[in-house]
Design a protein around this ligand. Structure first.
Ligand code: 5RP
Length: 222
């Protein structure tokens, strides 16, 4: 199976998992990226059976609306059962690196609100120790050099993602070669750097359920 076919399989599995649990008032949190896009396309067939969605990016909001799915501002939502999103890497504890698409801040906010975070990923994303994928950090533009220097002190190599502005008007620094053998600690250290808005480690709030696309089928890991 190609990587795209694996992504489609997990996207469909996520829809099959949540659809029977959705009520007419349910709001679904929706992530960003190619796997999340497949999820949106499958979810659309149930658009009359649930209340609508909260999007983790402008791109996702646009795709949801194109399908006729109502998109809500997170501030108007009091409860969200599910957040479904892809990942750049996952370890066995369902701790993740996210933000390859630059949407990490809104993704982390929506994940924080949801009762159940379902991660959908193809098997290439499963790793022993996080960190081969450069860790994205969203940074206030004027803090770029300061944050870069602090990242070097932590042992990482910061690389400015040229030409990218996030939906929140900020920049992205990707950290290469960082030791992430203790993800919760690294997430907190990065959060403590002044000028960092969010980092792409989802360890303090990992996924609750991983639907992993493999050549033997979709594996459910919790
Ligand atoms: C976007 C993300 C995505 O979930 C991550 O980059 C995976 O993307 P894809 O599903 O295209 O492989 O975190 O910010």
């Amino acid at each position: 199976m190609t990587q795209d076919e694996l992504k489609q399989a997990v996207a469909k599995a996520a829809v099959d998992y949540i659809a029977p649990k959705l009520e007419r008032s349910s709001i679904v949190g929706v992530g960003t990226g190619s796997t999340a896009n497949f999820f949106i396309d499958y979810l659309a067939q149930y658009k009359d059976d649930f209340g609508g969605a909260v999007a983790s990016s402008e791109a996702t909001a646009e795709r949801l609306k194109k399908h006729g799915i109502q998109v809500y501002d997170l501030n108007s939502i009091s409860e969200m059962e599910f957040y479904v999103d892809g990942a750049d890497e996952t370890n066995e504890h369902l701790e993740l690196i996210k933000g390859g698409g630059g949407a990490l801040t809104r993704e982390k906010i929506v994940a924080a609100v949801a009762k159940t975070f379902i991660c959908i990923a193809d098997e290439s994303k499963q790793v022993g120790i996080l960190g081969d994928f450069p860790l994205p950090v969203e940074v206030i533009p004027m803090a770029r050099s300061h944050v870069g220097r602090e990242i070097v002190k932590l042992g990482g190599d910061p690389v400015y993602r040229d030409g990218v502005t996030t939906d929140n008007g900020n920049i992205i620094i990707d950290i290469h070669h960082l030791d992430i053998s203790r993800p919760v600690q690294v997430e907190e250290q990065l959060n403590n750097i002044v000028g960092v808005v969010t980092n792409g480690l989802f360890a303090r709030r990992p996924a609750d359920l991983l639907l992993l696309g493999t050549s033997e089928g979709v594996k459910t890991i919790s």
